[in-house]
Design a binder for this molecule. Sequence first.
Ligand code: GTP
Length: 386
Amino acid sequence: MLDPHTLMFVMLLNCLLMAASLAALTLRKPWPGLQPWCVSLFVQGIGWLLMLIAFSLAIDNLFGAGTVLLVAGMVLQVHAVDRFGGHDTQWTAPLAVAATVAVAYAYPGLSAPLRMGVAVCGFTVLRLLALRSLLHIHDLRGSRVLRLMVIVLGLSVVVLGARAVELLSGSFGAEPIASPMLRTIYEVLAFSVGYAVVVVTTFGLLLLHRERADAELRQLAERDSLTGLLNRRTFLQLAGRRVQRARNDGEALTLMILDLDHFKRINDQFGHPAGDRVLCDFAEVMLNSLRRNDLVGRFGGEEFAVLLMGVDLSGGLVLSERLRTATERRWVEPEGIRYTVSIGLAELDPYETSGLTSLISRADRALYRAKGEGRNRSALSPIGAG
Ligand SMILES: Nc1nc2c(ncn2[C@@H]2O[C@H](COP(=O)(O)OP(=O)(O)OP(=O)(O)O)[C@@H](O)[C@H]2O)c(=O)[nH]1
């Protein structure tokens, strides 16, 4: 079995070293959530220090102060995770937990196991709140690091919760940690999980920051900054692969090229920022009208492209007309701007060797026809037309 002095010392060292390393990092680059996390580790380190001194010299009040600092650190951790996730902290619950633990230690009539039971109950609730905040980090939902953090935090909730029940139901002895050695596997487990939480969540948070920065860089490289759609280069790259796949599998595939009508007039009449809002509005119309699996990109200016997998020319025409009629019903606030779109469509010819290039030039020619025939319409380029 393990010696609690050593474990407390390890926890104190662990928290302070991590706090110092994070402080060095946050000085250079203040990422959201990292500063409160760093302060929380420092506060918890001091908490463990007070508990170690109290435990060695049997000073009850100091043990209470150390416990309250551990709780304060956990409150800050909930806040740090909220900051990282871009949410405001709901302070009522964490502060109520912290106040309850502080009162339990300040009130002289309570027995040591009961006090500790209240404290461990508080730890459990705060870990649960941190877990909830972690689950609200939407932009990194698929991250394995985030999953690991959730598992470790979830495990700590189970272990702490069971310990709280044990302490509060009085099955534990007269003193919370009376023996110089941790007596049960269970106590060792509680400390070990506590240790793992500090290490995994701290490194986890750093790795999540890294993952987010990488995702932002990818977004910058692959997406159009105004509409958030794929940029021309990425669209062509992905479309090239899909065309190849469709040819191998003998699957139908249709390309739409879409161009807003008289867009220059919109810019001239309402100004460039209003024109930008129209472009974003149209991107929204497309995303709402098409399937998730369709490739949607901005080719540049007021020209867009959509690649429809498993759709032939007649199916493409149905979608294109749906998109066109949805567009002419739009009303862009606050100026009440109305706009329309012309669409050229071409279907993949499985016998054509130039693939995407030919598909684009045929759809382009169809678009040109749609413009020439009066705009706000769809025009087709049947196989063999080009
Ligand atoms: N607001 C805004 N305007 C843009 C952007 N990119 C290109 N434009 C403008 O889009 C307009 C395109 O005009 P034209 O190529 O003449 O086409 P059009 O007026 O739509 O005419 P048709 O296509 O023939 O119906 C130009 O005035 C460009 O300045 C952008 O990102 N934002």
